[in-house]
Design a protein around this ligand. Structure first.
Ligand SMILES: Nc1ncnc2c1ncn2[C@@H]1O[C@H](COP(=O)(O)OP(=O)(O)O)[C@@H](O)[C@H]1O
Ligand SMILES: [Mg+2]
Length: 270
């Protein structure tokens, strides 16, 4: 698949040098509570190595979306340290946070498309924000929309599309600018099995180009078949499930090894 994505558009310097780090995400002793409620996330320690690919699992209400919100900076933790691209969020000046955030592609569980814009314009938005010329972005957006089977719906506004179609627009928007970190919250919840695999292959392709990927999902069959490492939330705690021996469920420890190996070849793309 050639669509993901034309590296010439961005060039090797598209990412700021300050982003050079092996750990894309690092959580240390993180706890999160809403208001005066109980902690929904407790003592979370983990690191996501550059170029890694993880499934995030856990029952409904386990805290998957909350963990994602911390990673895309929509919330601050109640305690502990969250670092993104090597930067401690608590000590990074507010003015520098949008630049970090722009390197994160997010597929929201509830899509969050702009209803007054066409599918094409929703997907084009991150490229326009990045200053890509119209003549360059047109082909990319059309190719990606065709790949997610929306060739005939480019001009449609989201309210006229089905849930599954809106989800695919949201996914195309999240990946079009080749984010450094892709967070997808239940991205296959509204599509059939064939499309679910197709979408995950899109994420794998992006991952091959250097993007670190985390997919929150309920679909255990997808997780088991594809064989990427699985991190699971339960009881507010995060555990890495070993693929070879899922019953081991070793708890992720502070200062432990990154949970996926660092692959220098993948970093060549960054
Ligand atoms: N905005 C919020 N205000 C209060 N409680 C919330 C809020 N968002 C989520 N929660 C609670 O936090 C817990 C984790 O929710 P969530 O992160 O959405 O889990 P998941 O995505 O795994 O289903 C749940 O008990 C949920 O009710
Ligand atoms: Mg959720």
């Amino acid at each position: 698949m050639s669509l993901l994505l034309n590296p010439k558009t961005y060039g090797p310097n598209f990412l700021m040098s300050e982003f050079n780090t092996n750990n894309i995400v690092r959580f240390e002793n993180v706890g999160l509570r809403y208001g005066f409620g109980p902690e929904v996330l407790q003592d979370i320690y983990f690191e996501l190595a550059a170029g890694s690919f993880h499934f995030l699992t856990g029952a409904s209400g386990a805290g998957k979306s909350s963990l994602m919100k911390l990673m895309y900076l929509a919330m601050r933790p109640s305690r502990g340290t969250v670092s993104l691209f090597g930067r401690d969020i608590a000590t990074t000046p507010r003015s520098e946070l949008p630049a970090l955030r722009r390197r994160v592609g997010v597929v929201f569980q509830e899509f969050r498309l702009l209803n007054h814009l066409s599918a094409f314009d929703n997907v084009a938005l991150p490229l326009r924000v990045a200053g890509v010329r119209e003549s360059e972005l047109k082909g990319q957006v059309e190719e990606l929309l065709a790949w997610v089977d929306l060739k005939n719906h480019m001009k449609a506004r989201p309210p006229t599309l089905s849930g599954g179609q809106q989800q695919r627009v949201a996914i195309a928007r999240a990946v079009i600018a080749r984010p450094r970190l892709l967070l997808a919250d239940e991205p296959t919840g509204n599509v059939d099995d064939r499309m679910a695999y197709r979408l995950v292959h899109l994420f794998e392709e992006l991952n091959r180009l250097g993007t670190t990927v985390v997919i929150a999902t309920h679909n255990q069959q997808l997780v088991d078949r594809l064989g990427h490492p699985e991190i699971r939330l339960s009881g507010g705690q995060l555990r890495l499930l070993e693929r070879s021996d899922k019953t081991r469920q070793s708890k992720i420890k502070p200062g432990g090894r990154p949970i996926a190996p660092f692959d220098p070849e993948v970093l060549d793309y960054l």
